[in-house]
Design a binder for this molecule. Structure first.
Ligand code: HEM
Ligand SMILES: *[C@@H]1O[C@H](CO)[C@@H](O)[C@H](O)[C@H]1NC(C)=O
Ligand SMILES: *[C@@H]1O[C@H](CO)[C@@H](O)[C@H](O)[C@H]1NC(C)=O
Length: 345
């Protein structure tokens, strides 16, 4: 009896070692109830402030969702992206995919943080606020609008449908330094081919299925001409009608900041319209269309384009996996009091 028990113990140790060796994205020790005793109000406060901001301008939801991705891909989900430049240390805001004012929403995070601090001083990290706000941005209904219903020949006030929801694992702590180099190297650009995209996600412990599902975030928000000019004028895997639409929105030279919706079909709705565009050769970014270009992810893109529920559930699961990338936990890092600067500054 003693020998098998020893074997069992050895197997258990090996198993634990194997789990420890998994990429950081896979095992993060966060939990949805992390603030249930220390700050139960945080959920309502974040949702309330995000809700007001999204009602006013649905683009602010897109901004927050993108910030969360840009945070998690640089040193893990540690709110490093929120840090302002200091004379000694350049932050991430001016580097790589964040440069040129491409990311925004920092003032909305500040507004949430102020209210959370009023409810529970020094308790909730900026990294967790960003994770909750990203979920709420996706899930909240966007601006109500008037729609004409042909069947009843009536005009009704309708709320655009929000996207999926999920329980957000919490317990992240905030970085005490930014990583401008990481922001420049770890976020793939809009000219990336599929191999580059898959490799960038794999480097964070995320699969190509995560890549396919998370890219569906481009069902909301806008991109600048600068980001899709090469596709508008030079790509061949693009529907001719859509290419001419893109050229109309983006001159061959100048007008770098002219913006176009990433999902022109249903720009304000968190739906699977992005994938229907891809199947039609109407992805706005070169990197978007790479997911559907006679490659290994074509089948998944077709599935999501036809089945909104499959997209919703995969997106929710992949957002949790994205949120598990390299968090600081326990006594690592700190709970920042001002999301823009470290406490010691
Ligand atoms: C797969 C690799 C990705 C690439 C190459 C990429 C690239 C881009 C680019 C170039 C823009 C437009 C920026 C500009 O022109 O200023 C953009 C916007 C956006 N991205 Fe991505 N992205 C990727 C993945 C993601 C992921 C995983 C998410 C979130 C889960 C995300 C969320 C967004 C959102 C919401 C916007 C619109 C923001 C706005 O309206 O200002 N992206 N992305
Ligand atoms: C509402 O949105 C506009 C941009 O669409 C912005 O300029 C303004 O500051 C927002 N107001 C509030 C209260 O968030
Ligand atoms: C910054 O990011 C790069 C790329 O991921 C990484 O190699 C480097 O170790 C990071 N630097 C710090 C100080 O964390």
């Amino acid at each position: 009896m003693a020998v098998p028990r020893l074997l069992l113990a050895a197997a258990l140790v090996l198993l634990l070692l194997a789990v420890g060796a998994l990429p950081r994205g896979a095992d993060a020790q966060l939990s949805a109830g992390f603030y249930s005793a220390s700050c139960p109000a945080v959920h309502g406060v974040v949702r309330q402030v995000v809700s007001q901001a999204v009602m006013n301008d649905s683009r602010s939801g897109a901004a927050i969702l993108r910030l969360f991705y840009h945070d998690c891909f640089v040193n893990g989900c540690d709110a490093s992206v929120l840090l302002d430049d200091t004379p000694a240390t350049p932050g991430e805001k001016g580097a790589g995919a964040n440069a040129g004012g491409s990311t925004f929403g920092f003032d909305l995070i500040d507004a949430i943080k102020t209210q959370v601090e009023a409810a529970c001083p020094g308790t909730v990290s900026c990294a967790d606020i960003l994770a909750l706000a990203a979920r709420d941005s996706v899930n909240l209904p966007a601006t109500p609008r008037h729609v004409y219903l042909p069947l009843t020949r009536a005009c009704q006030l309708s709320e655009q449908l929000g996207g999926p929801s999920w329980a957000v694992p919490l317990g992240r702590r905030d970085a005490t330094f930014p990583n401008a180099t990481g922001a420049a190297t770890d976020l793939p650009g809009p000219g990336s081919d599929l191999d580059r995209l898959v490799a960038a996600f794999a480097a964070k412990g995320l699969t190509s299925r995560d890549l396919a599902a998370l890219s569906g975030a481009h069902t909301v928000g806008m991109a600048r001409c600068l980001s899709f000019r090469a596709r508008a004028y030079c790509d061949d895997n693009v529907s001719p009608a859509f290419a001419s639409q893109m050229r109309g929105a983006c001159p061959a030279s100048g007008g770098d900041d002219a913006a176009a919706p990433l999902d022109a079909a249903t720009p304000g709705e968190f739906d699977n319209g992005y994938y229907r565009n891809l199947v039609a050769g109407a992805g706005l970014l070169h990197s978007d269309q790479e997911l559907f270009n006679n490659g290994p992810l074509d089948a998944l893109v077709r599935l999501y384009s036809a089945n909104g529920a499959a997209f919703s559930s995969d997106f929710a699961a992949s957002m949790v996996r994205l949120g598990n990338v390299g968090p600081l936990t326990g006594s690592a890092g700190e709970v920042r009091l001002d999301c823009r600067k470290v406490n010691s500054s």
